[in-house]
Write a protein of this length. Structure first.
Lengths: 150, 150
DNA sequence: GCGATATGATTGCATTGACAACTATCTGGG
DNA sequence: CCCAGATAGTTGTCAATGCAATCATATCGC
């Protein structure tokens, strides 16, 4: 606390929200450019959706929304663009006509082999030289912050 | 690494980029609503700009862009909205006609007394129950990741 | 002093994202 | 069986963001 506020003077450099935003933006930018450098016309947000569908294909929009931490309207539009570029298809759920089943196209499935190695390289790069214990502490702390704000 | 990829199976829950995004989104949302709950019609991004100007008033758009980790077009537009709501004013720099000097209005200055306590409450809430040492490790790790991607 | 180049700022375009409103469909109480 | 309320999804609006392009002004080399 005292490292982020000195009286009513604000020390942004030490503020976790500021750091988190900066680090995430940088990760996102590097990821985006790395995908495109490999000729993969995909955004990091679409990559998350693909990752979920590779785990288990045929999910609803709501389920994708929750499991990727995006709200439903956002997921709906991410799927719009993925449908337009031919990565996924939406069809009406036979058991509930309100619901849509999102499935990977052949192309969406095929991307896995290309994207996963790029993602692994990126993770290796961003974690380089950081002790495993610090990474564990960071994850635990981030999860705790998340819960604190629930 | 192995906690995020199991073969070519992806475990999003352990992926730092995924965690960072989720935590930041939640912080941003809570901050936004907390400001508005107090009748402060301000976005978290505008709050960062104000914090910088409270430290030292009269900065250029570029300087604000760099010190808040936003790109220049983004800063330009954040300033548009802040100018519209009367928080800041832009004027031409006397020493360099390309440059604009951004200054706080009376209202922009006055917000400090209201916003800082709300921000301090938020920081206390998000850090609640987390050992100081873990917060330090987390900050150090985030900075290291940031540098790794430079 | 002039032209090439660099820099500061803005604008255009597309995506992500929050929130509210709306449509379609389902489910439960009577 | 029908209506009220809940749920799934989409659309509208607005702000934040990235990238490319543009415009104005400065600066550097000759």
């Amino acid at each position: 606390m005292r490292d982020q506020f000195d009286g009513d003077q604000i020390i942004l450099e030490n503020a976790l929200p500021f750091l988190l935003h900066g680090v995430y933006q940088r990760i996102r930018g590097v990821t985006y450019r790395e995908f495109h450098r490999h000729g993969l016309e995909i955004t990091p947000e679409q990559w998350i959706v693909l990752a979920r569908l590779w785990q288990r294909d045929g999910r609803s929009v709501s389920e994708l929304s929750e499991s990727t931490l995006r709200d439903r309207p956002t997921m709906s539009r991410i799927l719009d663009s993925m449908e337009k570029t031919g990565l996924v298809a939406r069809s009406v759920d036979r058991e509930d006509a309100r619901s849509r089943v999102v499935t990977l196209t052949r192309e969406g499935k095929a991307l896995r082999k290309k994207l996963v190695p790029v993602a692994m390289e990126l993770v290796a790069r961003l974690e380089a030289g950081i002790p495993e214990i610090d990474l564990l502490t960071t994850r635990r702390t981030l999860r705790r912050i998340f819960e604190n704000l629930s």
